[in-house]
Design a protein around this ligand. Structure first.
Ligand code: HEC
Ligand code: HEC
Ligand code: HEC
Ligand code: HEC
Ligand code: HEC
Ligand code: HEC
Ligand code: HEC
Length: 414
């Protein structure tokens, strides 16, 4: 990989080896990214914006499977172009949250379905009103008014949705967000629940170019090239090419039958640790990211699954049976039935019946099920050992990926 971790994405599978050998450099860039990503949904509770801006040296496009080239040269083709040959992945992908991680207001289901959303704090009144294909975000203090169209809606809205506005030539993150649980507006997570100091402060928070690059880098495709934001080319959501790199050369190679040089990145070839921590962790936050923070995030850490798994006592992060893809197929909608996950645990843990039968315990161990059995229950493992945790103000219970014996009333283990 070239200096600073900026390998252009053009060498197909051989990148995998390079990637493993340059994990340290990559970790550095991902860490820095994390620190700068002071978006209230992630970073703001952890540190101040000023610090973040100082620390940024590498944009998200520096990750080796991403392209650093300007849009045209990079060779993006869009999700639809993959459909013809990869119907299985393509068909289920549309239902995923990641596919809808960013939407234009014209397409946002939450905004389309709501004519008017309101919120009030102190003298400030908020309104999001639907007008044709647009949604207009308005805040007033009784005398003055700021009224701007929503430019981008972030998040499919499973927990909530935050809006990016443009005002006085800068991007603003909306101070209020939509939350599914209350089907209405409330303060964006991470903001103090106090009366804003001015109308402009009530509108939201101006975000720097560096931060905008991080936000769009995680929620959209082809929006960032090197250090520049190329929003005119943005493809909403985490598309095929956000994870696999631009597809043009691959399609040419596939059509020409060059199967030994397919020119597309397949994360399957990464080690379990690299897949979890570096690949999924580049957006979901790795252990390295969280541990290197000056102050660690407390309960907000529950959202950083790679970190939580890494700190699960007794669980080896290098074991492929614990990588993100052991439980989640990134091309499919999240499974929410607890029974689905049992087999993901019992691939290592012995059965309850084995506690009473040494012979069974021996057979299971021989099959690789060497971890202890549960003395309490034989099903629905995750319902007790991966508890759901509510972050104050998030109106949502996140799944704690730190697998453990969770005792009632215990403090959140950081
Ligand atoms: C013209 C048909 C065609 C199109 C279009 C196409 N692919 Fe492929 N792709 C193939 C073939 C053939 C293979 C090799 C056999 C297989 O894995 O299915 C392949 C393999 C892959 C692999 C695995 C590569 C490896 O080294 O293991 C990935 C990842 C992939 N394609 C992603 C994509 C993405 C993303 C798109 C859209 C940008 C896309 N493909 C578009 C034909 C195509
Ligand atoms: C380019 C950034 C990016 C990468 C890489 C990425 N994710 Fe995501 N992921 C997101 C974003 C953003 C969301 C939030 C989508 C939303 O709810 O709007 C998300 C949401 C999810 C969800 C939640 C689905 C739901 O219905 O709540 C799962 C599960 C998930 N990702 C798994 C993975 C796995 C597994 C990997 C690695 C194979 C991965 N992600 C890699 C950005 C990414
Ligand atoms: C480092 C990558 C990253 C950055 C930067 C980032 N996000 Fe996210 N965001 C994610 C992931 C991953 C999720 C899903 C997991 C979760 O909710 O914790 C998510 C979830 C969300 C959600 C909730 C989605 C839902 O369906 O409930 C919103 C809203 C959101 N982000 C808004 C933003 C905004 C606004 C910014 C920038 C100001 C931003 N994010 C910056 C990765 C990122
Ligand atoms: C969030 C990241 C992410 C997104 C988005 C994504 N993929 Fe993948 N893809 C992966 C991962 C991770 C693997 C390896 C899965 C595994 O280990 O089995 C993969 C594997 C593949 C493979 C190879 C399968 C194999 O058996 O080797 C193909 C083909 C593919 N993806 C196509 C697509 C297409 C087409 C899209 C868009 C419709 C897409 N992917 C979107 C992460 C992603
Ligand atoms: C051993 C199984 C397992 C592994 C490994 C795993 N998850 Fe999960 N994950 C779950 C379960 C169970 C849920 C909750 C499903 C539900 O909604 O009931 C979940 C939910 C999620 C969600 C939705 C938000 C939430 O908090 O509920 C995201 C995002 C996510 N996982 C990301 C990841 C990432 C990234 C990795 C890799 C670091 C990962 N998961 C590894 C089991 C797993
Ligand atoms: C890769 C193998 C593996 C997988 C997959 C796995 N575990 Fe474990 N788990 C272990 C090992 C090894 C230990 C250490 C103690 C032991 O030998 O049982 C452990 C320990 C535990 C503990 C005790 C932790 C403590 O603090 O004492 C619990 C609870 C647990 N696992 C639950 C789960 C659940 C629930 C799942 C599925 C969601 C799961 N594990 C998946 C290997 C695994
Ligand atoms: C109803 C909640 C519940 C469910 C469901 C459950 N467990 Fe447990 N599990 C517990 C409790 C409570 C303990 C602690 C028991 C004790 O310390 O006396 C425990 C202990 C454990 C331990 C530690 C055992 C030891 O000897 O240290 C493991 C491993 C474990 N469970 C795995 C699992 C697996 C795997 C499943 C699914 C097959 C599962 N659990 C389902 C509540 C549950």
């Amino acid at each position: 990989m070239s200096a600073g971790g900026r390998a252009p994405f053009d060498r197909g599978a051989c990148l995998v080896e390079e990637m493993n050998s340059t994990v340290d450099k990559l970790k550095l860039s991902v860490t820095i990214l994390f620190i700068v990503a002071a978006g209230a949904w992630f970073g703001a509770p952890l540190l101040t914006r000023g610090q973040g801006q100082m620390l940024l040296t590498e944009p998200i496009a520096a990750l080796p499977w991403r392209s650093n080239k300007p849009f045209k040269e990079a060779g993006y083709v869009g999700n639809q172009a993959c459909a013809e040959c990869h119907a299985t992945e393509f068909d289920s992908y549309h239902r995923t949250a990641m596919a809808r991680a960013l939407q234009l207001p014209a397409d946002s289901e939450v905004l389309r379905a709501r004519q008017r959303l309101t919120f009030r704090v102190g003298p400030y009144r908020y309104e999001i009103v639907r007008r044709g294909e647009e949604s207009i975000y308005t805040v007033s203090d009784g005398n003055k008014v700021i009224s701007v169209p929503i430019r981008y809606s972030f998040g499919q809205g499973k927990a909530g949705q935050t809006y990016i506005l443009q005002y006085n030539g800068a991007f603003y993150e909306s101070r209020v967000s939509y939350y599914r649980e209350i089907d209405g507006l409330d303060f964006t997570i991470g903001y103090p629940r106090t009366v804003p100091s001015s109308l402009e402060d009530a509108l939201g928070r101006a975000i720097s170019m560096d931060e905008a690059r991080s936000c769009f880098g995680c929620h959209a495709t082809a929006a960032v090239a090197g250090r520049s934001l190329q929003l005119e080319n943005l493809m909403p959501g985490v598309g095929c090419e956000a994870c696999h790199g631009p597809g043009r050369d691959h399609i040419t190679a596939a059509e020409a039958g060059r199967f030994n040089d397919l020119r597309i990145f397949n994360p399957k070839r990464l080690s379990a640790d690299a897949l979890t921590q570096e690949f999924c962790g580049s957006c979901h936050r790795s252990a390295e990211d969280v541990l290197s923070l000056p102050q660690q995030g407390g309960i907000n850490n529950v959202r950083f699954q790679p970190y939580r798994i890494f700190t699960s006592r007794g669980h080896d992060p290098n074991d492929p049976r614990l990588s993100c893809t052991a439980c989640h197929n990134p091309h499919e909608h999240l499974r929410q039935d607890t029974a689905f996950y049992d087999a993901r645990c019992t691939v290592c843990h012995r059965s309850m019946a084995s506690l009473r039968s040494p012979a069974l315990a021996k057979t299971e161990s021989a099959q690789g099920r060497t971890a202890k059995a549960c003395p309490v229950k034989a099903q629905d493992c995750v319902s007790c050992h991966m508890p759901k945790v509510e972050i104050p103000g998030a109106h949502f219970k996140f799944t704690d990926h730190r697998m453990r014996i969770a005792r009632e009333g215990e403090p959140f283990p950081n």
